[in-house]
Design a protein around this ligand. Structure first.
Ligand SMILES: [Mg+2]
Length: 270
């Protein structure tokens, strides 16, 4: 990982937008700080389209897309999104509603089997807002040791479930989507972006294992400083590393991208 300062004006100016994670990337231990929220406006004012991309539930995405200066918010690791449309939001799913309900019934039945074998699993406190996944708390209100988590994930895989882990939640899903495929599908649908072009034109900012598909797929990838704790679980680390953690790191990234784009606009060097 290279320092953020190595991301130059040419690369910053080529970008059309920024895709970013929420927990422990924009949010600092769950809190949206003033400097982090201000950073979103700094990026938008620099001409960048913003897409939040989180493992958090569809219910969060509906609020984020409606209230924040973003084009859309992908939730549940890319399985569902809410996008701004007029003065409201529209829900975007690949599945029809009957297909989603059928898949959800199968998912919940398999989750009950996993819970029977692991009665220690604690549902997340945002579970009631979810449409496409089932989630357990591993680092928010309770702490699950890595060795225990590995056993749960192995058993979930044996039941035919896919799992994603962030720093706070374990996700079970039957969806084929991850953060990268969900983002590319949304960009194509909302902005007519060719996926290959989108991978070069949108930066991704994240911090942990469920961001791995985006770190591997996008060309301009940036980790907030706390990504170092997840580095050994990332097949491809982010290309650039912010000088600070979580919301402060995100603010530093926004300042740097905006400054480099302004420098290029004024005819500065790369
Ligand atoms: Mg995160």
């Amino acid at each position: 990982m290279r320092p953020l300062a190595a991301l130059g004006a040419t690369e910053a100016s080529r970008l059309r937008g920024v895709v970013f994670d929420l927990d422990d990337t924009l949010l600092t231990h769950g809190e949206l700080t003033l400097e982090a929220y201000r950073a979103l406006f700094r990026l938008r004012d620099a001409g960048l389209r913003l897409y939040a991309c989180t493992g958090r539930p569809a219910g969060w995405a509906a609020v984020v897309a409606r209230q924040w200066p973003v084009e859309a918010c992908l939730a549940e690791n890319g399985a569902v999104a809410f996008a701004r449309e007029g003065r409201g939001v529209v829900r975007i799913l690949r599945l029809s509603e009957p297909e989603r309900l059928a898949e959800r019934a199968r998912l919940c039945a398999l989750a009950r089997e996993l819970e029977a074998a692991h009665p220690e699993l604690v549902p997340t406190d945002d579970a009631f807002m979810r449409l496409c996944d089932v989630t357990y708390d591993i680092g928010e209100r309770v702490s699950v040791p890595a060795t225990r988590l590995a056993v749960v994930r192995r058993d979930a895989g044996a039941l035919g479930l896919r799992t994603y882990a962030s720093t706070i939640h374990l996700h079970l899903t039957l969806s084929g989507d991850d953060k990268a495929s969900g983002t590319l599908w949304l960009l194509a649908r909302r902005h007519g972006e060719d996926p290959t072009g989108a991978l070069a034109r949108y930066a991704f900012v994240g911090d942990s294992e469920n961001d791995a598909p985006c770190f591997a797929a996008f060309r301009t990838t940036i980790g907030v400083a706390n990504v170092a704790a997840s580095a050994r679980r990332l097949s491809v680390p982010p290309r650039y590393l912010a000088p600070a953690a979580m919301g402060s790191g995100f603010a530093a990234i926004a300042d740097h991208l905006a400054a480099e784009r302004a420098r290029r606009a004024l005819g500065g060097a790369t």
